[in-house]
Write a new protein. Structure first.
Length: 124
């Protein structure tokens, strides 16, 4: 399984766990047990257990219905996965130039670093 495949499966499983946690938090705030929630929704207690554990692939509709029964509201949000942006070559060149300039200033203040300065400036 490639890295992209792993990340996709992880995202799916993470969403299922998040859904279960939302239900559990809403149950706690509402002061309802699994049996109470099952009665309210007209489903077996085992269905509530499956939803809480992430075993059940709950639809958005059923998640919203479940949370509504608990006096809560489902709010969906999307977050972009951050990917490192490629470095801007002009910024890298500027950083390298400033580093070399700073080394030259330090070198002038402390003689004896000729070889290091030559390596940093690309001289042989």
């Amino acid at each position: 399984m490639g890295d992209e495949d792993y990340q996709a499966v992880y995202a799916e499983e993470s969403a299922m766990v998040d859904a279960g946690e939302l239900i559990a938090e809403a149950m706690e705030k509402a002061g309802l047990s699994r049996a109470d929630l099952a009665r309210k929704l007209g489903v077996p207690r085992s269905e509530i257990t499956a939803r809480l554990s992430g075993e059940r692939n709950i639809t958005v509709r059923n998640l919203a219905k479940t949370l509504h029964a608990l006096g809560a509201k489902l709010v969906l949000n999307v977050e972009r996965e951050s990917k490192p942006e490629p470095a801007d070559p002009s910024k890298l060149i500027g950083m390298a130039y400033r580093s070399c300039r700073d080394l030259r200033v330090q070198h002038e203040a402390r003689p004896g670093n000729d070889r290091l300065l030559e390596l940093m400036l690309g001289k042989r």
